[in-house]
Design a protein. Sequence first.
Length: 110
Amino acid sequence: MLMTILSIIANIAFFVVLNLNICTDRARMPNGAVREWHRSPITRLNISGQSFLIYLQIVLAAVCMITGVLFLFGVRSSIVRRIQLVSAIGSTVVFLIIMIATANSHANYV
């Protein structure tokens, strides 16, 4: 029960962090000035062409939250519990991959 509640809270926290403007991009303009943009990891993944990671995170988080709610409402099937556990682990791993990918991504303006 505690693991289910923690996984739901963790997935909500993942989406809050992914929407915060924590990434800074700097570029030199033609006139010599340096311009800064503050972007969220989701925006940075979209710019770099890696938006499939966002969709994978959304799917895993949705499965985790739906099975977690089912488990909280009394569905005590071992299959539901396994699916919830696997999707929680997968969601955490994909979140870490997204954070690493946004730290090493470059804008693709083509």
